[in-house]
Design a protein around this ligand. Structure first.
Ligand code: AMP
Length: 220
């Protein structure tokens, strides 16, 4: 599991990236310095057929977001890790926004007890989840989770944003993904600086604090 021992240089690198983004017009107009994460988007599995440890981690994350007064933005479902995280945040009096495409309303059993928006397609859902969030946490999940996370990373690679992302697991679930990223960077396909956008954490607290470290950003 990677550590945050290079946070200072990574943070500087990220700040430079953000400044470039602002100067190129890619990011928001500056106003005050953002000192706190207001909203975190969580990507995670929608399957109920997973081991209880994954559900427990999702619940722990939901409670921690509520405790730190950070809004949870997520896919809107009541199933799998999605439902577990949202229910836990809601039951702990946290703010939650679910964004669900109409065609998945039944399949992913929309969680109606929290604020939710129903959109027409997956693309609108993903864009809205991105727009409503300052950073991302990726819990264990399947193809959908992977696709969502990789798309956001690809937008960062294109310089469209510099919102940080943390992969969270307790059992090394995401290690093969980080191994692949190392190969990609070693192969020269992606610059070394890209590492500063990626965090691998084993607890909700360390994930949120690593994301906060990377939030030196000029907020609108
Ligand atoms: P999974 O990780 O496969 O359990 O899926 C997790 C979530 O990702 C579910 O809410 C899916 O609806 C969503 N998802 C699956 N494929 C996509 C996609 N192409 N774009 C956006 N979300 C997706």
């Amino acid at each position: 599991m990677s550590s945050d021992c290079h946070v200072t240089s990574q943070t500087l690198e990220l700040a430079r990236w953000r400044l470039n983004g602002y100067l190129c017009g890619s990011f928001k107009q500056p106003g005050s310095i953002m000192t706190k994460l207001k909203s975190i988007c969580v990507y995670c599995g929608a399957s109920d057929a997973v081991s209880p440890g994954y559900i427990a981690l999702a619940e722990e994350l939901g409670r921690e977001l509520a405790r730190q007064d950070i809004r949870l933005v997520y896919g809107g479902g009541g199933v799998g890790l999605m439902g577990a995280c949202a229910r836990a945040a809601h039951e702990s009096a946290g703010e939650v926004l679910g964004i669900m495409p109409r065609f998945l309303l039944q399949k992913e059993r929309i969680f109606e007890d929290v604020e939710h928006r129903i959109v027409e397609d997956m693309h609108t859902r993903k864009q809205m989840m991105f727009d409503e969030s300052d950073a991302f946490i990726v819990l264990p999940g399947g193809i959908g989770t992977l696709e969502e996370a990789v798309e956001i990373l690809s937008w960062a690679r294109l310089g469209l944003h510099a919102k940080p992302m943390a992969f969270l697991d307790e059992d090394g679930f995401w290690e093969p993904f980080f191994d692949l990223m190392e190969k990609i960077i070693e192969g020269g396909f992606t610059p070394e600086s890209f590492r500063s956008l990626l965090v691998h954490s084993d607890s909700p607290q360390t994930a949120i604090s690593a994301l906060t470290d990377r939030m030196i950003v000029l907020d609108a």
